[in-house]
Design a binder for this molecule. Structure first.
Ligand code: GLP
Length: 242
């Protein structure tokens, strides 16, 4: 895993934008898989600006890592987030947009449908955010490293983070997510994990300095041949070597 230490959120966003833009310029039919959340919000709007300025994504496929179980258009859903910060902002659309369906009537069928899409469209880049407990997607601590696309129960710290980010009341906080498992995450050609801010500092330390263990889900990325971990100064503030 390559470590990329940057100053702050803005620099992290700029680097993410460079990676994604260069990927599309290099390969016009790139398959790009996004994640939602505070970490990637400005990246998504920035990517929309770059697309509107002429980056040709017409042959690309865009998809997502995970999705809450519930109503498709809830303010916190991945569907709403992606539309608000990327899809509704771009004048040209990628060839394909895929996502998990929050309100699919049959969960098993939905998992099968998405698994098929992931097999058909090999991802060039998988973007990931880091949970304060080290989770990636909704693979919480303790999830077996051989996990496959599944519906996960969210930990308390994850629910708290969602509650805060979307200003939800207790009874509005979603508790389950469809998520790629470690198997699908690790199948991407390149994985970019991004962490910004002090709240991520402990998790960053465990990932960077600790062992590869199911207790720290993101630590598995150290086993991937082409993974990049972008850390800003606040997120890296507990590292021995800064
Ligand atoms: C959430 C989501 C992830 C996200 C991560 C980081 O729980 N399941 O998709 O990447 O945690 O979120 P944030 O960037 O808001 O810290």
């Amino acid at each position: 895993m390559k470590l990329l230490k940057v100053k702050d959120y803005n620099e992290m966003t700029d680097i993410l934008l460079q990676y994604f833009s260069n990927q599309v310029k290099r390969k016009s039919d790139s398959v790009l898989s996004f994640t939602t959340g505070a970490t990637t919000k400005r990246f998504l709007t920035g990517f929309a600006d770059i697309i509107n300025a002429g980056l040709d994504i017409s042959h690309c496929t865009f998809l997502n890592l995970d999705e809450y179980v519930g109503e498709r258009e809830m303010p916190y859903s991945v569907y709403s987030f992606m539309h608000t910060y990327l899809y509704n902002r771009i004048d040209r659309k990628p060839k394909n947009i895929f996502g998990l369906d929050a309100q699919a009537p049959d969960r098993d069928e939905e998992l099968k449908r998405y698994e098929f899409i992931l097999q058909r469209y090999k991802r060039d880049i998988q973007l990931l955010g880091l949970g304060t407990n080290g989770h990636i997607g909704a693979n919480e601590p303790g999830t077996p490293f051989d996990s496959k696309l599944f519906v996960a129960d969210s930990c308390i710290s994850t629910k708290e983070a969602t509650k805060k980010l979307f200003h939800l009341k207790d009874n509005e906080v979603p508790s389950q997510m469809y998520t790629m498992g470690f198997r699908e995450i690790m199948a991407a050609d390149c994985i970019i994990l991004a962490a910004s801010g002090k709240s991520k500092a402990e998790a960053v330390k465990k990932v960077v300095e600790g062992d590869v263990t199911e207790d720290v889900p993101a630590s598995i990325l150290k086993k991937h041949g082409n993974s990049i971990f972008i850390i800003d100064e606040a997120a890296g503030s507990l590292l021995k070597e800064r």
